[in-house]
Design a protein around this ligand. Structure first.
Ligand code: SF4
Length: 264
């Protein structure tokens, strides 16, 4: 099967075994089997399989990075309504929050599936955040800051779905270089990464050819956009995630073992 043949969906069949009836060992085998089987499939084929396999038990989380927007569009081609979880950390760029509205409006205008965002927010008060992480929390203890503002809100919704889709890609580097299309994480969450083997340029070709809205900060030197306090522009040619948490050795939100990663 060609990786780029979106019409060859016959082999992207669902697995007859239901997720809820599997024990831990079955689930590990399921993840390994489908990671191997779908490795050479296109993102569209992987999305088709995930939708068929899990139906409305499939979750999707995005922070509206360009990879996440590719997935939104692929899901819109298969579903009348795309349910997407977005974490509002309280520290996003205005451009990111405006994009949320632009995606909503765009999705209602062209005949594809409508995008409905569930916006998750931290429950911890800012005084408690400072008490637990110091001040400012993103400098004093960014891991705690991310946990309270991002990971904990996500954890609340994890049990509502059997599998979670996100936009991690191998070419983002770091720990993402070993991203599998399907993986059971240490917390027992099944993750699906249809873009694992796609490169940045393929995502951008897709976005431009389909007229998918995207964050204008990407055109201003921000290949990856996170919170205002922890994102800076990069020099052309630097790694996609080079502008995140630059003053620290932190490279991830801390979501990789216990929660589905958004495309941060
Ligand atoms: S990215 Fe920075 S500001 Fe945002 S939650 Fe993490 S540490 Fe806090």
């Amino acid at each position: 099967m060609s990786r780029h043949d979106p019409d060859d969906l016959m082999s992207v069949r669902e697995d007859a075994t239901s997720w809820s009836s599997m024990d831990d060992a079955d689930r590990r085998r399921f993840a390994r089997r489908h990671a191997r089987r779908l490795r050479d499939s296109s993102p569209d084929q992987i999305v088709a399989w995930a939708v068929k396999q899990f139906g409305d038990r499939l979750g999707f989380m995005t922070s509206l990075g360009f990879g996440g927007l590719v997935l939104i569009d692929l899901l819109r081609r298969r579903l009348p309504v795309v349910q997407a979880c977005f974490v509002d950390t309280g520290a996003h760029y205005d451009e990111t929050l405006e994009l949320l509205e632009r995606v909503r409006t765009w999705s209602e205008s062209d005949g594809g599936g409508r995008v409905c965002f569930t916006v998750l927010r931290p429950t911890v008060l800012s005084e408690s955040l400072i008490e637990l992480a110091g001040s400012p929390p993103w400098q004093r203890n960014p891991d705690v800051c991310c946990r309270l503002r991002k990971v904990e809100p996500m954890r609340a919704v994890l049990p509502t779905r059997e599998a979670w889709m996100s936009a991690l890609r191998r070419d983002q580097g770091g720990s993402r270089m070993t991203t599998e299309v399907v993986r059971l994480d240490a917390g027992g969450i099944l993750r699906i990464h249809p873009l694992a083997y796609w490169r940045s340029a393929q995502c951008w070709d897709y976005i431009r050819s389909r007229g998918v809205p995207y964050n204008p900060l990407h055109d201003c030197g921000y290949p990856s956009v996170g919170c205002v306090h922890c994102t800076v522009p990069v020099i052309a040619g630097e790694g996609e995630r080079k502008g995140r948490w630059v003053a620290t050795d932190k490279t991830e939100c801390g979501l990789h073992t216990t929660a589905p990663e958004p495309d941060t």
